[in-house]
Design a protein around this ligand. Structure first.
Ligand code: XLS
Ligand code: CA
Ligand code: CA
Length: 445
């Protein structure tokens, strides 16, 4: 068991590189399905899935909830000086990424570097940490999937950042966006994410929604222009979420954001980062919001997690439902992959999960769930009648008047005349259960 770690000390002692052992293994610290180099179609599992670990839930979140404080004790928190603590946390993070064998990670500016109200100090802290992260990246080969700025935790952002009614706050938000874009470019990040944490409202009584949305578009356009001017070539990603923390958030869901991007001419540079639990919070399935994004050519990346079916909240649990991962991978495979995006585990272990190995167990489970989802989706698409069934359902549009309708060659009068000629349509079953049975059959193979 090799124990790769690159910092001054080992933060996860007793846990080595996580091996692939296959489905017969009962070693909890081994992959049963995720075999990085296994070919699925023309790509390896690693190339299809492009897994990333998130910094905030895995190394910053202490397990607090509205009813009580954190329950976790991180060994890197013994450092009391903020910068020393950040450095120790960075070493722990890269040790974890390496042992788990993920190719990517994601971070917010103030997950990695200590925050400061003084702009100069904030920028200095971030630059210092980014230089260290760059060294760790080249020592380990782990890359940055995306960077972002936290524009929702500090009390100054309580009424929003880019959509704040006070211009002073909007300008202050630009400090962090600029610094986080600089950091992302410096670290060779493939994407840059905007999650509109408090870009929304608590009450319409005091809100000029139209004006706030215009400010939002202006701000994103400025960020896009700045990013391109410093050489950022990747995708800008907007991450929809309907509510939490605000009553209503502007980036409600895929459909809303697609319309907003198109309205403001941003759809060439921006794509969407779809989080499973945000889709369910919006009253959709994960698969639905992925499909809507994909329909628009805007599915850029995924935040892989799941909510709680009983309460619907944004609980950010690790993905474990194979039905969900099959559904997600069907959409991803049909659009030809996610690159330069990936699958980021924006998920946290439960407040009650307090052992050091829980973070490994959670990620192993999430990676195995998506690896199995990939295998099953691939087998449904290539070794089952699934696609043929779907195509047959629309066969009446493949030629004749149906095809003419698609080609805009018919008028409403023409359709009426066809209806009169054809008489009452024959009933055709949707056969939903047949598809459900097929998924279960391929899951069990
Ligand atoms: C919170 C969001 C957030 C973004 C990044 O609900 O998921 O973590 O992914 O700011
Ligand atoms: Ca997220
Ligand atoms: Ca979430």
């Amino acid at each position: 068991m090799s124990t790769p770690f690159i910092g001054k000390r080992e933060y996860f002692p007793g846990i080595g590189s996580i091996p692939f052992e296959g489905r017969q293994s009962d070693n909890p610290l081994a992959f049963k399905f995720y075999d990085a180099n296994k070919k699925i179609g023309d790509k390896t599992m690693a190339e299809h899935l492009r897994f990333a670990v998130c910094y905030w839930h895995s190394f910053c979140n202490m397990g607090h909830d509205p009813f009580g404080p954190g329950t976790r004790h991180y060994p890197w928190d013994v450092e009391t000086a903020p910068l020393a603590r950040a450095e120790a946390k960075l070493d722990a993070a890269f040790e974890f990424f390496t042992k788990l064998g993920v190719p990517y990670y994601c971070f917010h500016d103030i997950d990695m570097a200590p925050d400061a109200d003084d702009v100069g100090e904030y920028e200095k802290n971030l630059k210092h940490m980014v230089a260290l992260a760059k060294e760790r990246q080249s020592a380990t080969g782990v890359k940055l999937l995306w960077g972002t700025a936290n524009l929702f935790s500090h009390p100054r952002y309580m009424n929003g950042a880019a959509t704040n009614p006070d211009f002073a706050v909007v300008s202050r938000a630009a400090v962090q966006i600029k610094a986080a874009l600089d950091a992302t470019v410096e670290l060779g990040g493939s994407n840059y994410v905007f999650w509109g944490g408090r870009e929304g409202y608590a009450s319409l009584h005091n809100t000029n929604m139209k004006r706030e949305l215009e400010h939002f578009a202006r701000f994103l356009t400025m960020a896009r222009d700045y990013g391109r001017s410093i050489g950022f070539k990747g995708n800008f990603l907007i991450e929809p979420k309907p509510m939490e923390p605000m009553n209503h958030q502007y980036d409600f869901d895929s459909a809303t954001v697609a319309g907003f991007l198109q309205q403001h001419g941003l759809e060439k540079d921006f794509k969407l980062n779809i989080e499973a639990n945000h889709a369910t919070l919006a009253g959709h399935t994960f698969e639905h919001d992925l499909q809507v994004a994909s329909n628009h050519g805007l599915l850029g990346s995924i935040d892989a997690n799941r909510g709680n079916a009983q309460n619907g909240w944004d609980t950010d649990q690790f993905p474990s439902d194979l039905y969900d991962t099959v559904g997600a991978m069907l959409v991803v495979l049909r659009q030809g992959g996610l690159a330069p995006g990936g699958l980021n585990f924006d998920a946290k272990v439960r407040r009650e999960s307090t052992d050091a190995d829980d973070l490994f167990l959670a990620h192993i489970g999430g990676m195995d769930s998506f690896a199995r989802g990939l295998e099953v989706a691939h087998s449904l698409l290539t070794a089952s009648p699934w696609e043929q069934w779907r195509a047959d359902r629309y066969a009446s549009f493949d030629n004749g008047p149906g095809r003419d309708f698609e080609l805009a060659k018919l008028s409403l009068d023409d359709l009426r005349a066809l209806a009169v000629k054809n008489g009452e349509p024959t009933q055709r079953s949707g056969k939903q259960e047949r598809y459900e049975n097929l998924i279960n059959l391929h899951l069990s193979r």
